[in-house]
Design a protein. Structure first.
Length: 379
């Protein structure tokens, strides 16, 4: 089928989880034999239209330029749909989006709403408070209309979807590219380039440096272990690169997605020390798909993370991971030491992680689930 995938606020290629997600979904659906057109944001110097990875990429912008005016891309999306009429439209949900859903409705084709962040208000939400001041709650009414118009919805958990739309919602988790991320990429040259001496355990954090991602917990644990010459800590992401701040290791700053497989494969332990108290939206449930954990698993790494669903199901305690109390650098340091001191445990957990992600959490599996929904709503 011909699919129009509207993710207008994302930049592809890019270095964020959203960018990776759009890229892998688009080329995953194309690999399954579908004609895929993707609408993303135009970045400086990028081609407006480009055929790449078996996908037709359409890059556009709007005025005014802030993300909250994304809905103004509707006319451009309508022109793309007119030039290549889709059998279905899939839209990446955003509060101020809806251009894909509107175009699907105007053309009389089914639409699929992809929800990766809350479409309901969390307790204490400032947005909900401001919306209520308008009395008729225009933001809530608008997003609820999007869900009514969509033929189907996909989300990592149902708790972030409006109650009325939950019966037509299918749970779909994110994943990893298990062909790109694999243990066989482990390289002494890459480890040396990162500053890791022979026989030293590389402990990795990758991802964005948002407060609730727990970078502060990771670095605090690294400082507690600074006397151990056999441990080296590497952080990938964030705006700054440089030496470790009071610990043995370094920050690499933002790294292109294409480089990540060899970096992750160079590590011995992957850490995801989420501190959920620092993000109010997570009171609704841990909806954030843990991209870093899936990539650790695909690269054959044991993981240290927090005991919070669905993480406890993705990487099970003692099987693929060690779980530690969130926000506790002492507990994190102890778990890292346990893995550093037991090569057999690391190998067993890493092998189990690789097998589990290939079976359950690959991008191919993710796209297979999306394909089933698309075929159902277009039949």
């Amino acid at each position: 089928m011909r699919v129009l995938y509207v993710a207008s606020d994302q930049v592809v290629p890019g270095r964020t989880g959203g960018s990776v997600h759009v890229l892998e979904v688009a080329r995953g659906l194309a690999a399954r034999g579908h004609e895929v057109h993707v609408v993303v944001h135009r970045s400086p110097g990028a081609l407006d239209v480009e055929a790449r990875d078996g996908v037709r990429w359409h890059r556009l912008d709007w005025r005014p330029s802030p993300r909250m005016f994304r809905f103004r891309a509707r006319e451009a999306v309508a022109r793309i749909a007119a030039a290549s009429p889709p059998d279905a439209v899939m839209e990446r949900y955003y509060n101020f989006g809806g251009e894909g859903i509107a175009v699907a409705r105007a053309r009389g084709v089914p639409s699929l709403l992809e929800v990766n962040s809350p479409a309901v208000d969390h307790p204490g939400s400032l947005k909900a408070f401001l919306d209520a001041l308008a009395l008729v709650r225009p933001l809530r009414r608008y997003r609820e209309s999007l869900f009514r118009q969509a033929a189907a919805v996909i989300a990592p958990i149902v708790d972030i979807v409006p109650v009325e739309a939950r019966p037509k919602t299918e749970i779909v988790t994110w994943g990893a590219n298990v062909d790109a991320f694999r243990p066989a990429l482990r390289s002494a040259e890459v480890r040396h380039a990162l500053g890791v001496e022979e026989g030293v355990i590389l402990v990795l954090f990758s991802g964005s440096f948002r407060p609730w991602h727990g970078v502060h917990v990771f670095e605090a644990a690294a400082r507690l272990l600074r006397e151990r010459a056999d441990l080296y800590f590497v952080l990938v992401g964030g705006k700054e690169a440089g030496a470790g701040r009071g610990y043995r290791g370094r920050r690499l700053g933002a790294v292109a997605y294409e480089r990540m497989p060899e970096i992750v494969a160079a590590a011995d332990v992957g850490v995801a020390p989420y501190d959920t108290a620092r993000l109010r939206q997570l009171r609704l449930g841990f909806y954030w798909s843990p991209l870093k954990i899936f990539e650790y698993m695909a690269s054959g790494l044991p993981t240290v993370t927090i005991p919070r669903m669905p993480l406890t199901d993705i990487v099970r305690e003692g099987a693929e991971a060690l779980h530690v109390r969130e926000g506790d650098p002492v507990a994190l340091a102890r778990a890292i030491e346990r893995l550093a001191d037991d090569a057999t445990l690391r190998a067993r957990m890493g092998a189990s992680a690789r097998a589990r992600v290939v079976e359950r959490y690959s991008w191919a599996r993710h796209c297979e689930q999306i394909e089933r929904v698309l075929l159902r709503i277009t039949s």
